[in-house]
Design a protein around this ligand. Structure first.
Ligand code: ZN
Length: 469
């Protein structure tokens, strides 16, 4: 089939208006927001239904055309961007944006892949429920992408990763069949739980078209504190103290370094330091409760004990919604503002919780041996053992020359992660960025099983080739 015939066949499935071939129409899909990955595609195809998605996949499979699925195009590892060959079909799920059903009795909702995370959260709110997945890009990232990458974010400590929030899944397979298991069952032990194959597979095994999501009671009380402390070890001790006092009510526990707070204050108009003095480290601590009463007392008691035991030097509790938002902005802007400080070499890693302080110490020392003036901005989901170990360039250094050391620096940091029994990809996925790192980081038997599954579900290798494995 010629390119022109192939495009016509795609148009016959989704309508000519939903097959984009002009360069300017395709452009927004082929570069990710940070401009780190650029690709080319024969066409951007925008199906409106599961049936259309499945038929597009069957056609691409028959014609041996690579298919790159894409949701909100916010992924950080290049998983949603095609290669430079120009042969690929970029499959945008953006038009599949219906909330199919909300079921308050079962505490579930069925949403399509293109529903944004923010829209899913809002849909849950309409029946006074919480969909707890929460990430900085929630306004534009989509459920399909969240599940395909098994997204993490700031509520994992209480509610788990994306895969923990799913009861059922609908997936279009490479050959055009639809694996439909949109069940709402909390218990179902009828063999292999196939949905978990597709979550975290980054579109290499099938295309997620819809999901049954779990809903939770909405909190009736939220208490947010910004705590200054001296060491990451104190942060872990504070976590133990907080969970001992509040249990599952600890819904956020994020670590921030002073330099990261400085970056946010410097590059965010109106931002203020919540505490009078500077501290080497901070924790953003949030408690949520289904009961409207008593949570403020719990927070006060946690903070008093922490100060008494020397686990914290100072703390502020948000007294208003605006103050809470201001505390959160210090955390949520931390990634963005690094670009104002020049080049930044990133690591999205996790280690067992108890090893976090040792990891931070060892990795920081190793990075400073490589580049003594580097500015280490290590922050993130310390309650999950997940650190975004980012390294900003020295002040005044050449950005390109610094970024040229990306691989070298990754090797040093990842070696420490591996030695501590950690993961080199905690929550962002593998995509293009870490594909070649996987063989060294993954058990060879696990890799062989992954390849066998890939060969079974995608024998022609059309699904997101060049990603993950
Ligand atoms: Zn994160």
């Amino acid at each position: 089939m010629t390119d022109a015939d192939f495009v016509a066949a795609l148009a016959a499935i989704v309508g000519a208006a939903n097959v984009l071939t002009a360069d300017d129409a395709k452009a927004g899909y082929l570069v990710e927001p940070r401009d780190l990955y650029r690709g080319r595609a024969l066409a951007v195809v925008r199906p409106a239904s599961t049936d259309e998605t499945a038929r597009v996949l069957a056609l691409c499979d028959a014609q041996r055309r690579p298919v790159v699925p894409q949701g909100g195009n916010t992924g950080l590892v290049g998983g949603q961007i095609p290669d430079a060959s120009g042969r690929a079909v970029l499959l945008s799920l953006a038009r599949m944006n219906r909330v199919r059903e909300i079921d308050s009795a079962s505490n579930t909702m069925i949403v399509e892949a293109g529903v944004t995370l923010a829209a899913a959260q809002q849909a849950a709110e309409t029946i006074d429920r919480l969909f707890p997945l929460s990430l900085a890009s929630e306004g534009s990232c989509t459920i399909g992408g969240n599940l395909s990458t098994n997204a993490g974010g700031t509520a994992v400590i209480a509610y788990g990763n994306a895969r923990d929030l799913v009861l059922g899944l609908e997936v279009a397979l490479a050959d055009g069949r639809v694996l439909s298991s949109l069940g709402k069952l909390r218990k179902d032990n009828t063999g292999y739980d196939l949905k978990h194959l597709f979550m975290g597979a980054e579109g290499t095994l099938g295309v997620i078209t819809a999901a049954v999501l779990k809903l939770f009671p909405r909190p009736r009380a939220i208490e947010t504190a910004f705590v200054g402390l001296e060491t990451p070890a104190q942060a872990l001790a504070l976590l133990e103290l907080a969970q001992g006092a509040a249990g599952g009510a600890v819904t956020t526990f994020e670590l921030l370094p002073r330099i990261g707070v400085d970056f946010v204050l410097r590059h965010t108009p109106g931002a203020r330091d919540p505490l009078a003095d500077a501290h080497p480290w901070y924790v953003l601590l949030e408690l949520s409760s289904g009961s409207p009463h008593g949570l403020a007392d719990t927070m006060t008691s946690i903070l008093e004990n922490a100060l008494e035991q020397g686990l914290a030097q100072d703390a502020a509790v948000a007294a208003s919604r605006a103050q809470r938002d201001a505390f959160w902005a210090l955390r949520e802007r931390m990634s963005d503002v690094q670009r104002n400080e020049g080049g930044s070499i990133k690591h999205d890693v996790s280690v067992p919780l108890a090893r976090v302080p040792a990891f931070l110490e060892a990795a920081s020392a190793a990075v400073l041996r490589l580049e003594p003036q580097a500015r280490i901005v290590a922050f993130g989901h310390v309650g999950d053992g997940n650190i975004h170990f980012n390294v900003s360039q020295p002040v005044g250094a050449d950005k390109a020359a610094f970024l040229a050391r990306w691989v070298e620096m990754n090797e040093v940091v990842h070696a420490i992660v591996m030695e501590m029994g950690g993961s080199i990809s905690a929550e962002h996925g593998v995509g293009q960025l870490k594909r070649d790192l996987l063989p060294a980081a993954k058990d060879p038997v696990a890799l062989a099983v992954m390849r066998a599954i890939k060969a079974t579900l995608d024998p022609n290798g059309v699904l997101n080739p060049g990603k993950v494995i």
